[in-house]
Design a protein around this ligand. Structure first.
Ligand code: PHE
Length: 467
């Protein structure tokens, strides 16, 4: 059978930007700042940085090395590693399959807000109930979701170098610039409250980075640790086959050690700057109590903060949501690409055909999820106790349930079945030195499987059964 020609990134920079494009998403600009505010500021930062250098590095290295060594996507790659472990490839493949049903919906919401700000309706967006009335409408969210999905498909349709790499090369520097500008502006803010107190952006920044040990107990520390771990996992786009697919497009002469380091730094830096952008702004106008969980922060609290900035807020709001579109688009592209590449390998069909078929399927699926707050509204209590609609259910199955489970199995596969040497060889393929080799081996064999098991118990709510 004739083998379809496989695409590749032009070189190290193209790969790093595309992988960072996948990694930098709503997780960095919305979830990370919220978790820092909730989990003791600098304390969370310290825990997160320590985990990135050990745990995050191990998972990212594994995925990318698996991809480049096998030159295949998840399903085939796991089969190549070990015949009996193809099931793990299939499980991994199912994660982007599920995420894709709702990612474009979130992208659509962000696009809608960008349009609202650019067309000068910032005031309306800050009103109570605006977000709820938007997502419960049966038309507008669908239109924006379809638009976002179509753009994503168009990029993937154009291939690895001409589509994904080209878009990432343009969007990632632009995103970085925008986020830095907004963060600097945020630090210069100051506001006098009704009680006559003056709150400044710099104070907000100190709240952000100062470790808060008040009321810290062992169980509180454990919950911070688990929050940091699941955040890191989601943020680096690991254990869902995405980095395996992107790794499979990396040429053999690229130094993976440097590439992994750069992706780690990029992703963490953007998350840190996002915190420096959001936390001081929210602090100045609403106090730290203003930080809310979930979509509320991005779509409800921030528009109120922008409104309090006066005229400047219209521009800052527009810049923020445009930046968020870039972050979400490059992530969404990576999710679709992981599905496309697996399908190309299994069905031996070309990129264009696979992309078109998947686009039709996901346009339909996204519409259903987008209507999950109106026509298809449901209330389901999830095993971890929260009540969710369709989008939350998909998110729960893929992120809380499947990802830790898959990650645990793949650390066992690498650590104990195939052996870490298999990865190490790939990291040293051009005679490079895999400097963090020892940490890698200890992490992959012992620490990561145990941590993943605990995370799995916690995020599925099973841990509560024991305590
Ligand atoms: N890594 C992305 C973020 O930090 C999230 C993501 C999840 C991207 C799943 C792709 C797939 O927001």
């Amino acid at each position: 059978m004739e083998k379809k020609k496989k695409g590749s990134f032009s070189g190290q920079l193209g790969f790093v930007l595309a992988a960072a494009g996948s990694a930098v998403g709503v997780g960095n600009i919305w979830r990370f700042p919220y978790l820092v505010a909730k989990d003791g500021g600098g304390l969370f930062l310290l825990v997160y940085f320590a985990l990135i250098l050990t745990f995050g590095f191990t998972l990212l290295t594994s995925d990318i090395a698996i991809g480049r060594r096998t030159k295949q996507s998840a399903i085939k790659a796991y089969e190549t590693m070990h015949r009996g472990w193809k099931f793990l490839g299939i499980l991994t493949f199912l994660v982007p399959v599920l995420i894709m049903t709702y990612y474009a919906v979130i992208g659509g919401w962000i696009t809608k807000y960008a349009v609202v700000y650019v067309t000068g309706q910032a005031k309306a967006a800050a009103e109570d109930g605006y977000f709820t009335s938007f997502i419960t409408s049966p038309v507008s969210p669908v239109v924006f979701t379809l638009l976002f999905m179509a753009v994503t498909s168009f990029v993937v349709y154009n291939g690895v170098e001409k589509g994904i790499e080209r878009v990432s090369r343009f969007l990632m520097p632009f995103l970085t610039l925008l986020i830095v500008i907004i963060a600097v502006y945020s630090l210069t803010l100051s506001h006098t409250t009704a009680e006559g107190d003056v709150r400044t952006g710099i104070e907000g920044f100190l709240v952000y980075i100062t470790p808060n040990f008040e009321g810290l107990t062992v169980s509180k520390f454990m919950s911070i640790l688990l929050d940091a771990m699941s955040q890191l996992f989601f943020s680096l786009s690991v254990s869902m086959g995405i980095m395996i697919t992107y790794g499979s497009y990396v040429k053999k002469d690229v130094d993976l050690n440097r590439a992994v380091g750069q992706i780690e730094v990029f992703d963490t830096l953007i998350a840190f700057i996002a915190g420096a952008m959001i936390i001081p702004a929210v602090y100045v106008f609403s106090g730290v109590e203003g930080m809310s969980a979930g979509p509320g922060l991005m779509f409800v609290s921030l528009p109120k903060v922008f409104a309090k900035m006066g005229v400047a807020g219209v521009f800052v709001g527009a810049a923020f949501f445009i930046m968020a579109i870039f972050a979400t688009l490059t992530s969404c592209i990576s999710v679709l690409e992981a599905i496309v590449s697996n399908c190309m390998e299994i069905f031996h069909v070309g990129r264009k055909k696979v992309t078109l078929i998947l686009t039709v399927i996901y346009l339909a699926a996204s519409v259903i999820i987008a209507l999950g707050y109106s026509i298809f509204y449901v209330e389901v209590t999830l095993p971890n106790g929260s009540v969710g609609q369709l989008l939350d259910i998909m998110d729960y199955i893929s992120n809380s349930f499947m990802m830790p489970f898959i990650c645990m199995l793949s650390t066992i596969l690498i650590g104990w079945v195939v052996g870490p040497k298999w990865i190490i060889e790939e990291m040293e393929t051009n005679g490079e030195r895999f400097t963090r080799k020892h940490i890698y081996v200890v992490m992959i064999k012992y620490i990561a499987p145990i941590m993943m098991f605990v995370l799995f118990l916690q995020s599925t709510g099973l841990l509560n059964l024991f305590s």
